[in-house]
Design a protein around this ligand. Structure first.
Ligand SMILES: [Ca+2]
Ligand SMILES: [Ca+2]
Length: 216
């Protein structure tokens, strides 16, 4: 489910019909708990049938008391990759990077480089949204049929990590009923982009994944 290089996080993957989820809480040591640590990636139909929404969450397990001080890292780019022709190579990317309280979104557009290295898209005008502060109503920016959000959110992921670990260790054979949501009450830093499917193109089936990349 996960490939890690030093300073690089990748949450994979998903095929088919504009609905995918990839999960990746609890990460490899090089990025665990860091500002580039991906928790989850979601893609699903947007607010109408013509749109698709992408959600990338990082910096998981933020305690409420710590969330107000959490921030996106200005040296970390979050890149949403979209493969539209089934070869598992991105044809389009959406890139997000913060500066001075705003999140800048580039694309979707064809990347100059594919794979593990990325450069910011050139020749496109980024869209911006004020990063929502913890406890405030969501600030959403819209432009050209696209919508953008960036800020802390309650982690929507549900998983009983304690029971999972016990099963893996051979100390249990099944999950408890009810289970315990390890992520209940914890927060993530989230970016959300909704775009018209017409901007994605292709056959309607896509592969999509998210990467975080630290400035070198
Ligand atoms: Ca491709
Ligand atoms: Ca890429």
């Amino acid at each position: 489910m996960k490939k890690v290089k030093i300073l690089l996080g990748v949450a994979i993957l998903g095929v088919a019909g504009f609905f995918v989820i990839a999960a990746d809480h609890i990460d490899a040591p090089a990025v665990t708990g860091g500002t580039s640590d991906i928790t989850d990636f979601y893609a699903f139909q947007g607010s109408n049938t013509n749109n698709i929404a992408f959600v990338a969450n990082v910096q998981g397990l933020l305690a409420p008391a710590d969330t107000g001080a959490a921030s996106f890292d200005e040296n970390v780019m979050i890149e949403i990759n979209i493969d539209t022709d089934g070869d598992a190579v991105e044809d389009l990317v959406i890139q997000a990077a913060p500066r001075d309280g705003k999140m800048y979104f580039f694309g979707p557009a064809a990347p100059a480089t594919t794979g593990t290295s990325s450069t910011f898209l050139t020749g496109v005008t980024p869209n911006t949204v004020d990063i929502t502060s913890y406890g405030s109503s969501a600030v959403v920016a819209t432009n050209g049929g696209m919508s953008f959000f960036a800020g802390p959110r309650d982690d929507p992921f549900f998983f009983d990590f304690g029971a999972y670990s016990a099963i893996i260790a051979g100390e249990a054979t099944s999950f408890d009923n009810p289970g315990m949501d390890t992520f209940a009450g914890s927060n993530v830093m989230s970016i959300v982009v909704e775009v018209p499917k017409s901007m994605i193109g292709g056959s309607g089936n896509i592969n999509t994944w998210v990467e975080t990349k630290r400035k070198q």
